[in-house]
Ligand binder design. Structure first.
Ligand SMILES: Cc1cc2nc3c(=O)[nH]c(=O)nc-3n(C[C@H](O)[C@H](O)[C@H](O)COP(=O)(O)OP(=O)(O)OC[C@H]3O[C@@H](n4cnc5c(N)ncnc54)[C@H](O)[C@@H]3O)c2cc1C
Length: 362
């Protein structure tokens, strides 16, 4: 359904930029109002669809403020407004019953379509429309290559810079800056690390994996590390990448053994792939397995990063309504804000919680 069209301008009271997780949830919340979505892709929810290996890790059995990089006081408002249980309740209402994997992650039973389907009936979705610029006259005016749209309320739900091949763009940051917002430096996160010369031997172990613990910026993560031809990846590395800026991290390659026990066990009892253990012991003493420090060279970049850390500064957004404190009737939700979740369903929880926390005026 087209909105009211005056002089070739398509008008809706509220327009959401981006038909991803957060934008679709805002449209659902305000479905009885005159609200529309503008999306550059040919279909809605493309990231949701491919997420979690096509089964979408929607949330986690434990959701706390410590799982989010960002201002806790700001995040708290959205998580209290629409908690993990509220999200599960919403899914249940729509006939979706996620299953718990590895005792903590909620995934769709068969396919992420179970969630995407909830949003398929969303009205007023303008697809294949890439927003190039936004200005404010009496209303907000949005221009795509072919059309002009106008609205009283503008909701920015266009995400971060990760995965440009499925629509990611920097439009949220450009619009925010146009209206005087500060942007916290964006950076690829939940991404693998490239390594420096001293760790090039990691690359020779491509394909191996081991359960390790990584300490970075006061946080410790314990899960699988995967050696790849480019460096290191796997859940533990992805989580570490959210908190790593520069400098060294510490890896415990045998978290299941104490330092004393490690000195006593026979080599074949050390729970690590043989090829890794041999390569390690050729270079370092045994005790260093418990405390291996190294500085990554960088990361695999936005083409591989699941999320973008940084974004629209939350000090300049009302935590209770998601409205800009700089420009009336301009709102920000989801990943474009300077809030990033750890691996494990926290980013969809944030996208949906922040969307439900948005309050449009009458
Ligand atoms: C491969 C992969 C797997 C992931 N798996 C998980 C997971 O299992 N669990 C989890 O919690 N998180 C996961 N994430 C992260 C999660 O997908 C995002 O954090 C979440 O989708 C952010 O929601 P959003 O609504 O803010 O942005 P998006 O979902 O990114 O939606 C933004 C929308 O805006 C559109 N857009 C952008 N620029 C423009 C423009 N100029 N004009 C018009 N439209 C535009 C985009 O095409 C997109 O559809 C994964 C991410 C990736 C890349």
């Amino acid at each position: 359904m087209e909105g009211c069209s005056i002089k070739n301008i398509i008008y809706h009271d509220s327009i959401i930029l981006g038909a991803g997780a957060s934008g679709l949830m805002v449209a659902h919340k305000y479905r009885t109002r005159d609200i529309a979505l503008i999306e550059s892709n040919a279909s809605i929810a493309q990231k949701l669809k491919i997420s979690g290996g096509g089964k979408c890790n929607i949330t986690n059995i434990s959701v706390s403020l410590s799982n989010f990089y960002g201002d806790s006081a700001f995040v708290k408002n959205s998580l209290e407004k629409f908690s993990r249980d509220d999200l599960l309740g919403f899914l249940k209402e729509h006939g979706v019953k996620p299953v718990i994997r590895k005792n903590r992650y909620y995934f769709c039973k068969n396919s992420s379509d179970e969630i995407v389907n909830i949003f398929r009936k969303t009205k007023n979705v303008y697809l294949n429309q890439k927003v190039m610029e936004v200005e404010k006259k009496e209303n907000f005016i949005l221009k795509t290559q072919t059309k002009t749209y106008a609205c009283k309320n503008l909701i920015i739900a266009s995400g971060g810079l990760s995965y440009p091949r499925i629509g990611a763009s920097d439009i949220a940051f450009k619009i925010a800056e146009t209206f005087g917002h500060s942007i916290m430096t964006p950076k690829p996160a939940l991404v693998g690390f490239t390594v420096q010369k001293e760790q090039f031997w990691f690359k020779e172990l491509s394909g191996l994996s081991a359960e390790v613990a990584i300490k970075v910026a006061g946080k410790t993560f314990q899960e699988a590390m995967l050696f790849t031809h480019k460096g290191i990846s796997g859940p533990v590395v992805l989580n570490a990448s959210l908190y790593w800026d520069k400098g060294e991290m510490e890896v415990d390659f045998v978290p299941s053994l104490s330092a004393t026990r490690l000195q006593k066990v026979r080599k074949r009892e050390i729970p690590l792939p043989k090829r890794f253990l041999n390569a390690f012991l050729e270079r370092y003493p045994l005790e260093m397995l418990k405390e291996y420090r190294f500085a990554p060279a960088g990361n695999f970049g936005y083409s591989k990063a699941e999320v973008t850390r940084g974004g629209v500064c939350t000090d300049e957004v009302d935590a209770k309504t998601m409205m800009s404190l700089k420009e009336k009737n301009l709102f920000f939700v989801g990943e474009c804000l300077d809030v990033t979740g750890e691996l494990g369903g926290y980013n969809f929880q944030w996208a949906f919680s922040s969307a439900q926390n948005l309050i449009l005026g009458r």
